[in-house]
Design a binder for this molecule. Structure first.
Ligand SMILES: C[S@@+](CC[C@H](N)C(=O)[O-])C[C@H]1O[C@@H](n2cnc3c(N)ncnc32)[C@H](O)[C@@H]1O
Length: 277
């Protein structure tokens, strides 16, 4: 296993959104975990910017509809997969690299009674353990930044899709090449292995055999969300300082400040890409 892969695994093993954290919050809120409904978990289990609204935007672009088979690349704790299954009536197979998150996703899914239609497999999106032509749609949210060989992941999406099937995903994009310091900030801050520009993605998708639909530039939206999160971290840090000796993680905080500046300066941003096989 490479050092880079270990860093990505470790980043998500220590991530603040975890199975235990979600269940503890729900138990505190409602006194027990009995009879949990899928929608009760939604405020806690989405690991991307923009919450449920961006799930709906992705579902619209992927044309999700009852009975369709969906593969979710980098499914995390399965939040979007459960949402798509419950709201749109699809069946979802998630692919998730981190074994703790894959197991956590399946446990959360059992808690809300969706196990017959949502399953997360431990695996790598560059080598998916599924047969060709099984999917009506492949979706992914804010995750391909962690995958060093994105072309391999896009080729796998193409292999899995039926003819006419749709790939819809969001990812970080570069608006200009990053310098070494900026790339290091992204690597240390959010475990970004490699990042592509809009043109890089367009070229890769076309060469693989997809037909492109217009992409959505999400840079402005992400800049707003990041600014709100930075303000929250700043408040929490001030509270911690006032309460006693500083315990905050200064390295994380300064990396986060730099990251927000990169998005607000339109060096980095987000994009929603849609491609048809
Ligand atoms: C930002 S989270 C997004 C989770 C989910 N898409 C969501 O929106 O809630 C990114 C996820 O990608 C997973 N991941 C990273 N590299 C991967 C790979 N090569 N194959 C599969 N999953 C991967 C991480 O372990 C992490 O759970």
């Amino acid at each position: 296993m490479t050092e880079a892969r270990d860093h990505v695994l470790d980043f998500y093993t220590r991530h603040p959104i975890s199975r235990d954290h979600i269940l503890a919050k729900l138990e505190a809120e409602r006194g027990s975990l009995d009879g949990l409904k899928p929608e009760e978990m939604w405020p806690h289990d989405q690991d991307h910017y923009g919450g449920l609204a961006v799930n709906d935007a992705l579902a619209a672009r992927a044309q999700l509809a009852a009975g369709k088979q969906v593969v979710d690349f980098c499914a995390g704790l399965g939040g979007p997969a459960r949402y798509f299954a419950h709201r749109y009536g699809v069946t979802v197979t998630g692919i998730e690299l981190n074994p703790t998150r894959a197991a956590g996703a399946n446990d959360l899914t059992r808690h809300v009674g969706l196990a017959s239609r949502v399953k997360v497999l431990e695996g790598d999106v560059t080598k998916v353990p599924l047969d060709a032509g099984v999917a009506d749609a492949v979706v992914s949210q804010e995750a391909l930044l962690h995958v060093p060989d994105k072309r391999a992941a896009l080729r796998e999406a193409h292999r899995l899709l039926k003819t006419g099937g749709r790939l819809a995903f969001t990812d970080w994009i570069t608006h200009r090449p990053l310098n070494a310091d900026e790339a290091e900030t992204m690597w240390r801050g959010i475990a970004a292995q490699t990042l592509m520009s809009v043109d890089d993605y367009r070229t890769a998708l076309t060469e693989i055999g997809f037909t492109l639909e217009p992409m959505d530039d999400l840079t402005g939206e992400w800049g707003d969300v990041l600014a709100q999160r930075l303000a929250m971290y700043r408040r929490l840090r001030e509270e911690t300082r006032r309460a006693g000796p500083p315990t905050g993680d200064d390295a994380f905080y300064s990396a986060y400040e730099k990251l927000v500046a990169l998005v607000q300066g339109r060096v980095l941003g987000g994009g929603r890409f849609v491609a048809v096989k």
